[in-house]
Design a protein around this ligand. Structure first.
Ligand SMILES: C[S@@+](CC[C@H](N)C(=O)[O-])C[C@H]1O[C@@H](n2cnc3c(N)ncnc32)[C@H](O)[C@@H]1O
Length: 688
């Protein structure tokens, strides 16, 4: 089915979404639908006991939501929509219907009932077509359907359950989880339409539009329930019409309940289809797997997405099959003929557009962060665009665009949209990572990306042509030593760089510090340890360990700035240059994100100094992004290399070989699935 022509049938029509769910909004926007959002005032309080099957409840709620908006708009908004879309998503397990949790304990009850089991997610959808008549009456034609998707949760430990609940994510989601975000980590498999679980069965919806607009010869062909309502909303007449031949069978899918003021007999069931367990799933099975036990912050689960793999394998279109990435990272093979002749797949197109638009999304995030939008909305949630504009001293128009873009990126949500004045609040994602004072704030790194990395990337073409760093073009001065010349000769730039390192170290520190059992070491030295954020993670994780942070004097003199409240006297600071000065004595040396900054000669110089300071049995813990051995990923490392100065990204084997030259034997490697990987090496007893 060609989807765009279906959506384009709605062009020029006033389409209204009777739902405030940002997820539905995003799904429909991504499909190219233009619509207004008018959240329904219908209270979701239907008596569930009246329904024979759970989906009937979801469909009825969707209908009531859509009809309420369709009835209200001609009065309150003084315009009659052409189409109103209502939807309701529920989760069912063991005969229970789970909606949104009311508090954390309710979320716990729901999530623990889903643990280790398969459950069903139903979304009921109602499409109300409004036909304005000359006598000011409006005919409402109702089409409804539902979609079922089966989802299986992994066994969830108590810790995991509470970590997820404490992330705040479960609170506004049916069943207490959001599959598109952190909740995806709880899921073992999905059978059926993934978007249905997110909140809207787009595929089924498009098929329904296809039936309505493309295949029925006249509107009277459409099997649907038509309800003629006068403007005061009284139920005037019910018109039965005939089904078109190509409509799916409806037996067993019609409401058998008596729910509205005007109950419908079975024959009124409107264009309903569903997917049962026996019918083929509507979309491919998406799998989310558990990865290693390392953690990002509080969460110990990670969504596997192999997007970084194979991305540079787009060779030419010879007859060799080309691996292509789908938007979810699965590899597909196309040969040249298919490449040239087949219609582009939606997910391929989406993936390429995502890549093309990536810089816009980054810059929108950077700009909102630099203008302190997230901090503002945290202290004053619910401001509208005009109020935000006033506070951040920006234009109303520009601010509105920025806020809307942030909503589309999942950074902000629109709490309500009453007429033209949506009220904005932070999403969980923004609260967790974008506030200046959040424990896992990435603000420092974001500002560094905006002020330092972005200008370098804007000269990427020259960087590729010349094979040199572009500091001079980007910042107007030559840089021989990135740290001394670029970052540390200006106090503001230095602080910004240190903030960036600090924020990354706080987010990654726990995973790095806990990657290995270090109980055999009592003293450590974190070379280039910057603000000490990583060192504090090590002392937190290893109660018997003391850590000396060693960094350039320009950095060490600013340390108070970052830990004014830290009282841990197991962390101390020493100023010096690790290429020139004697290194502090320690049983374990930590090199976190140091070696990639330097060419092999400099790495050898540093490693020889460490080897000299070590006695046999001493350890060296290296933390970097380890490139895949075939250098096909991860793209995070390869993209970072594009703006690096003298350094280079290496694979674990390359690092191992460099270290081996200095008598360090690789004992263990851990891919943390966090931002950094870790390697533990031990000084060979045969070398001294
Ligand atoms: C990329 S940062 C990594 C910071 C920290 N290890 C982390 O993981 O967050 C590199 C650090 O090495 C420090 N550094 C660079 N050259 C140095 C030198 N010659 N002697 C000591 N430290 C140096 C920088 O000041 C900076 O703090």
């Amino acid at each position: 089915m060609v989807l765009n022509p279906v959506i384009s049938k709605l062009a020029g029509k006033l389409v209204v979404l009777a739902s405030a769910s940002p997820r539905r909004l995003e799904i429909l926007r991504n499909a190219g639908l233009r619509f207004e959002v008018v959240p329904s005032w219908f209270k979701e309080t239907l008596d569930k006991g009246l329904f024979k099957a759970p989906h009937e409840y979801a469909v009825e709620t969707a209908k009531q939501k859509a009809l309420e908006v369709a009835r209200r708009m001609p009065f309150k908004h003084l315009k009659t929509p052409d189409i109103v879309i209502g939807a309701d998503t529920i989760v069912t397990v063991d005969g229970m219907i789970l909606e949104k949790p009311v508090d954390k304990h309710d979320a716990y009850r729901m999530l623990s009932s889903l643990s280790g089991k398969e459950h069903s997610v139903f979304t009921g959808v109602a499409i109300v077509l409004c036909h304005e008549k000359e006598n000011e009456e409006v005919d409402y034609q109702l089409i409804d359907f539902y979609e079922e998707t089966k989802v299986k949760f992994a066994d969830l430990s108590e810790t995991m359950l509470w970590e997820y609940i404490n992330s705040g994510e479960p609170m506004d989601k049916a069943g207490g989880y959001g599959i598109q975000a952190l909740g995806g980590m709880l899921v073992e498999y999905v059978h059926g339409d993934f978007l249905n679980v997110v909140g809207f069965p787009l595929n089924h919806f498009c098929k329904q539009l296809d039936l309505i607009y493309n295949r029925s010869t006249s509107s009277s062909d459409q099997k649907s329930e038509s309800v003629c309502l006068s403007h005061n909303g009284t139920h005037a007449t019910t018109i039965l019409t005939q089904p078109p031949n190509n409509l799916p069978p409806q037996s067993g899918h019609s409401p058998k309940h008596n729910l509205t003021s005007s109950p419908r007999p079975n024959s009124l069931s409107a264009s309903q289809t569903h997917h049962t367990q026996n019918s083929p799933p509507a979309s491919p099975v998406h799998k989310v797997q558990r990865t290693s036990e390392s953690e990002v912050g509080e969460s110990s689960w990670t969504l596997v997405n192999s997007l970084s793999k194979h991305t540079d394998k787009f060779r030419d279109c010879e007859n060799t099959p080309l691996p292509l990435m789908t938007s979810r990272g699965q590899v597909m093979e196309l040969n040249v003929t298919e490449c040239e002749n087949s219609e582009p797949k939606k997910e391929d197109l989406q993936r390429i557009i995502e890549l093309m638009d990536g810089f816009k999304a980054s810059k929108a995030l950077f700009t909102a962060s630099k203008m302190c939008v997230f901090d503002l909305l945290q202290s004053r949630p619910g401001l509208d665009a005009g109020q935000v504009a006033q506070e951040i001293k920006a234009s109303a128009k520009g601010t509105e665009c920025l806020l809307e873009a942030c909503v589309s990126l999942g950074l902000l949500k629109c709490k309500e949209r009453t007429y033209q004045k949506p009220a904005y609040v932070n999403t969980d994602l923004a609260t967790r990572f974008l506030l200046s004072d959040a424990p896992f704030s990435l603000q420092g790194y974001i500002w560094h990306c905006n002020d330092t990395v972005w200008p370098l990337f804007s000269h990427l073409e020259s960087a590729v042509q010349e094979g040199t760093n572009q500091h001079e073009k980007a910042f107007g001065k030559k840089s021989k030593d990135m740290f001394q010349d670029t970052f540390y000769n200006n106090q503001a730039v230095k602080l910004r760089f240190m903030n960036a390192m600090h924020s990354i170290a706080k987010v990654t520190g726990k995973a790095v510090a806990t990657a290995f059992d270090l109980c055999g070491f009592k003293t450590a030295c974190d070379l280039g340890g910057c603000t000490g954020a990583m060192a504090y993670e090590f002392t937190k994780a290893h109660p018997a360990l003391s850590v000396t942070v060693f960094d350039l004097p320009a950095v060490i003199e600013m340390r108070e700035h970052f830990h004014p409240l830290q009282k841990d006297n197991r962390v101390s600071f020493v100023a010096g240059d690790f290429f020139k000065d004697e290194l502090p004595k320690a049983e374990l040396y930590i090199l976190a994100r140091i070696l990639h900054d330097w060419p092999d000669e400099k790495v050898h110089l540093l490693l020889s100094k460490i080897a000299h300071a070590c006695t046999p049995g001493c350890g060296l813990l290296l933390s970097e992004i380890f490139l895949d051995e075939d250098r096909n990923g991860p793209s995070r490392g390869l993209l970072q290399a594009l703006s690096m100065s003298e350094g280079k990204q290496r694979s674990a084997t390359e690092y191992s070989l460099l270290l081996k030259n200095h008598g360090f034997i690789t004992a263990n490697i851990r891919h943390t699935d966090n931002l950094l990987d870790v390697m533990l090496c031990i000084k060979d007893v045969h070398c001294s």
